[in-house]
Design a protein around this ligand. Structure first.
Ligand code: NAD
Length: 492
């Protein structure tokens, strides 16, 4: 890359986000401490962001509390809130190019995928919850007392939303859209590695008419997150991230008796049965582990293949995976960009070394791609792994696929369910009965058949086991941001 290219990239970001500032109570406030944001495709800094202190977080929570208590948002009718949320969806679509540029630069996402998935889904969240905001109804209950009983669905208050680095726009708006639809106010803390689109969204939400203080953004790392978790003014925690930090989040929320939603790590199995349409299945297998450079909680990094197909599938995969376009995320033809940061790349490379040390065979990839100083990892396929090895059991979170053979359906299900995680799973088969039978036996929050990562704001997702609890997306998410109040009126 030339210096001029780099300057162009910096110019993309500078006018569009408020570098170094926090968004509190509808105002941009300069931070007192700052950290660099790195372009993962070059390893060079692109801008700086503020690291919110405990006082900043407290101010943001106070602003959110004041906005909630004023009733200016919670007291609106659902239909009025819906209009604002719909305008957010329209603005996201209108400003799609800016959002794509910022998100791609920050995370290293290929622009074509970022446009089709991240930005489209972000608009979809606001559109979907704009519709649901209009039907947030209670129910009349028929009771054997001389009384009229009904329920009201009410917002919880201030939501503390903490999100990870890999899908900044999608994962934050999966919380913000339903939280706002229900009438809550929000303090959002994005990941320190990829905070830029949260700042741009703050601007878009304001432009759409979300009142001051209803959404606040505090950038920063673990210390900022900890301050948000522990702030007594927060009524609900919505956390997406690793299982380790999720466990800590649950402990803090538990001690304070706060409701919490946890979307945590994953390590999904993708099962290819011997009756699969092989061309289609290979497409699903590749998509499942290279999408977003494998930094996808719902990725399918564990491939289970019916024994008769094992050698054939490995042969096809070796060639096909090596041919997936990897490179500059700003090139429209790129499918695999860099990993989001040096820590993510180093972790994935350590797992590949571990697999080699455990005697596994790297079929393709296995090394860093030397390009512009970026954090590129060639998509990697590893065979000859044992079911209890660390590369199979643990979440690698990179474009790394392990492959294991299985004898029959029972063994496939047993292997698929054999890790501590339970976020997603998939199976490739042309047998409809098998599809339903196996889908029911897989311990996961979502199961895909004959494809991967088919997601929509209307379809709930979330985990079982160590992948967390609670659901995002769908009407389920709206429920998670409301509480039910019963009103019983004597008719005497
Ligand atoms: P992470 O757990 O390191 O960080 C997530 C967020 O928590 C970040 O904003 C971080 O700053 C914050 N944080 C860290 N320590 C904290 C503390 N002590 N108190 C409060 N907040 C704290 O995760 P990551 O590396 O950013 O993301 C990758 C992980 O996220 C993977 O495990 C992945 O599977 C998971 N993930 C899950 C889903 C899902 O929907 N289930 C989606 C995406 C990512």
């Amino acid at each position: 890359m030339t210096a001029t290219d780099s300057q162009v990239r910096q110019a993309v970001v500078r006018p569009q986000v408020q570098p170094g500032k926090l968004f509190i109570g509808g105002e941009w406030r300069a931070g007192t401490r700052h950290s660099d944001v790195i372009d993962p495709s070059t390893g060079r800094p692109i801008t700086t962001v503020a690291e919110a202190t405990e006082d900043d977080v407290h101010d943001a929570v106070r602003a959110a509390r004041a906005a909630f208590d004023s009733g200016q948002w919670a007291g609106m009718s659902g239909r009025e809130r819906a209009r604002v949320l719909y305008r957010v969806a329209e603005l996201v679509r209108r400003r799609a190019d800016e959002l794509v540029a910022v998100e791609s630069l920050d995370v290293g996402k290929p622009v074509a995928l970022c446009r089709a998935v991240d930005v489209a889904t972000t608009a979809g969240h606001f559109e979907y919850y704009s519709a649901l905001a209009q039907s947030l109804d209670g129910a009349v209950r028929d009771i054997p007392l001389n009384a009229h009983a009904y329920t009201r669905r009410e917002p919880l208050g201030v939501v503390g939303a903490i999100t990870p680095f890999n899908f900044p726009l999608i994962l934050s708006t999966a919380k913000i859209a339903p939280a706002l639809a229900a009438g809550n106010t929000v303090v959002h803390k994005p990941a320190p590695d990829t905070p830029l689109s949260a700042l741009l969204m703050a601007e878009i939400l304001t432009e759409a008419g979300v009142p001051d203080g209803v959404v606040n953004v505090v950038t920063g790392g673990a210390e900022t997150g900890e301050a948000l978790l522990r702030d007594p003014g927060v009524d609900k925690i919505a956390f997406t991230g690793s299982t380790a930090v999720g466990r800590h989040t649950a402990e803090v929320a538990g001690a304070a008796l706060k409701p919490v939603t946890l979307e945590l790590g994953g390590n999904a199995a993708n099962i290819v049965f011997d009756d699969a349409d092989l061309d289609k299945a290979i497409g699903a297998v590749i998509k499942a582990f290279v999408f977003n450079s494998g930094q996808f909680c719902m990725a399918g990094p564990r491939l289970l293949v019916a024994e008769p197909l094992y050698d054939t599938v490995l042969g096809i995969l070796g060639d096909a995976v090596a041919g997936v376009p990897i490179g500059d995320p700003f090139d429209e033809t790129t499918v695999i960009g860099p990993m989001a940061g040096e820590r993510q790349l180093t972790k994935a490379l350590e797992y590949i070394d571990l697999a080699r040390a455990e005697g596994a065979k790297v079929v393709t990839g296995g090394d860093r791609l030397d390009l512009n100083g970026g954090y590129y990892l060639r998509p990697t396929v590893i065979a000859g792994v044992s079911a209890d090895s660390r590369v199979v059991q643990e979440e690698i979170f990179g474009p790394v696929l392990t492959v294991q053979p299985f004898k029959d359906e029972d063994e496939a299900v047993m292997l698929a369910n054999s890790t501590p995680y339970g976020l997603a799973a998939g199976l490739q088969t042309q047998n409809v009965s098998r599809a339903h039978r196996v889908a029911a036996r897989l311990r996961a929050g979502i199961v895909w058949v004959n494809d991967w990562a088919l997601l929509d704001p209307a379809v709930p997702f979330g985990g079982v086991k160590q992948s967390g609890f609670g659901r995002e997306y769908g009407p389920e998410a709206l429920s998670a941001y409301t509480t039910t109040k019963s009103v019983v009126i004597s008719l005497d």
